[in-house]
Structure formats: structure tokens, C-alpha cells
Design a protein around this ligand. Structure first.
Ligand SMILES: [Zn+2]
Length: 263
């Protein structure tokens, strides 16, 4: 499931191929036909990721906004071949002299302007891939009565954290996902932020993969798992059964020994 690290990794990956080139855009399944026609034969001036959003900035009036949602992906064609057969669900094909890809099944693929782009970003919380120190606004997480597990995936609180990172960040901080956000201390908030910074940036550096287990440092993990709690049955550190339940709209995971609810 694409979280913020994927948006940032895709921008890093695509920028050298797209920037400064006249791009060919089309819509294989015709769902973005008008937008693709308005952008075709134009030059993109910058690519930008914020949270789970990607913006391809052409000019002030034309910004391509992409959000992959749950099922979206980029399918690359080898050797920049832009005549290859369209993949299923291909809303958009983009081709430069060195790269061609189909954007498949996105949640959002729309043509907007720079004002709208700035409004979208302004409505999002800070992005831990872009900001090092815990932002002052993070304390507002305590103002709303809800479990911290719900607050963490609210994109207006922190931009880019999804279900896998939620489970892994809270495990690293020994915080139960059901704990009320209002009870978090300043130290808890600082730990959550530094966990988010460390894990999401590792996901970008690792080519868009999420691997939160640091095998070299954590000698207690003796199996081949890549996550501590997400999708796991037993805790690698204490052996307890991992609890799994629905929190908000998604499954939450926690080791209730390592992440006690009562503190
Ligand atoms: Zn445990």
C-alpha cells in the first residue's frame, strides 16, 4: 500500500528523466483524455512530493496532481518505449526520451493550477520526509479526543503515514494504538516524530520498500520478518501474540506486552 515514502521515491526516480524534456502524454483508458491533451508536448519544470501526493509542475496554470490511493502504481516500460501495450487501468501514459510509464488505477489524477496545489499542501500536516525537528503544530494532536492510532493516519496531522508505518512507529515508541492522543507527553510526541522521520526516510532510501526491522542492530529478531508487528503473529522481542483489530478504517497491530495500554 503506497505511503508517503513511495511518493517521494517516485519523484526522485522520475525527475532526472522528465525534467526539461518535452513530454508526450496520453490517456490509454481515456479517463484523463482532456487533461493529457492539455499537457501533451509540454515541459515539466519541477516534480514535488508532499505526504502521499505528487505534483508535476508545468506552469502556474497547469499542475498534474497524482495520488496513488490504495491501488495506484506506476508501470515502467523498458527503454523508454512509449509505444508499448497499455497496462490495464492505465489512466495516463507519460513518455520522455528516456522513460515511459503508465499510471495505473490512481485515486487522483487531475489537472489543477498552482493555487489549488498550494491549498492541498496547506491542508496537510507536516511531512517527516521534509521536516527534521518535531513541528510545533504537532502538539495539536492532543486537542482531539481520539486514539493516537487514528490521529497518526490523519493526513492533516502528519502527512505520509499510512497503516504499515502507523503500526511500526507506535511499536518502536512502545505506545499502544488505542491510547488517547490527549495523554501523550512531549517526549512521546518527539519519539513519534523521530520514528516517522527515520522510517519514512529509510523507505525512500530503500527504493520505496518498507523494512523497519534493523537486523544488524536488533539481535532479538531471528526470523526473516521485515516488520515488527504489521501482519505478524508473534512479537520478535517478547514472544507475545500480536493483537490485530480494526481501528478507524484499517487493521491495527500491537504487542500489548511491549506496548501496554495503561502507563
Ligand atoms: Zn512484545
Amino acid at each position: 500500500m503506497p505511503e508517503g515514502h513511495i511518493a517521494h521515491f517516485k519523484v526522485l526516480e522520475q525527475t532526472p528523466h522528465l525534467l526539461g524534456s518535452q513530454l508526450r502524454l496520453s490517456s490509454p483508458n481515456r479517463r484523463f483524455e482532456t487533461g493529457a491533451a492539455l499537457l501533451d508536448a509540454s515541459t515539466v519544470t519541477s516534480l514535488q512530493a508532499y505526504g502521499k501526493h505528487i505534483f508535476y509542475n508545468f506552469d502556474a496554470r497547469r499542475v498534474l496532481h497524482v495520488h496513488l490511493g490504495m491501488d495506484g502504481s506506476f508501470a515502467y516500460h523498458r527503454n523508454g518505449n512509449h509505444n508499448g501495450r497499455a497496462r490495464s487501468g492505465a489512466w495516463l501514459r507519460v513518455a520522455s526520451p528516456t522513460l515511459a510509464f503508465d499510471l495505473r488505477n490512481p485515486k487522483v489524477c487531475e489537472l489543477i493550477d498552482a493555487t489549488r496545489r498550494d491549498r492541498i499542501i496547506a491542508a496537510l500536516g507536516p511531512d517527516p520526509i521534509l521536516v527534521d525537528t518535531p513541528p510545533r503544530g504537532l502538539a495539536a494532536i492532543r486537542d482531539v479526543s481520539r486514539p493516537v492510532g487514528e490521529a497518526l493516519v490523519d493526513q492533516s496531522v502528519i502527512a505520509g503515514v499510512g497503516n504499515v508505518y502507523r503500526a511500526e512507529i507506535l511499536y518502536a515508541c512502545a505506545i499502544h494504538p488505542e491510547r488517547q492522543a490527549a495523554t501523550l507527553s512531549d517526549d512521546d510526541l518527539a519519539n513519534i516524530w523521530s520514528g516517522a522521520v527515520r522510517m519514512l526516510r529509510a523507505g525512500v532510501a530503500d527504493g520505496g520498500r518498507i523494512r523497519t526491522v534493523e537486523r544488524r542492530r536488533d539481535l532479538k529478531v531471528r526470523d526473516s520478518r521485515t516488520y515488527y508487528v504489521y501482519g505478524q503473529r508473534f512479537c520478535a522481542r517478547c514472544g507475545s501474540l500480536i493483537r490485530r483489530w480494526t481501528l478507524g478504517a484499517q487493521l491495527a497491530y500491537a504487542c500489548e506486552t511491549c506496548q501496554p495500554l495503561a502507563v
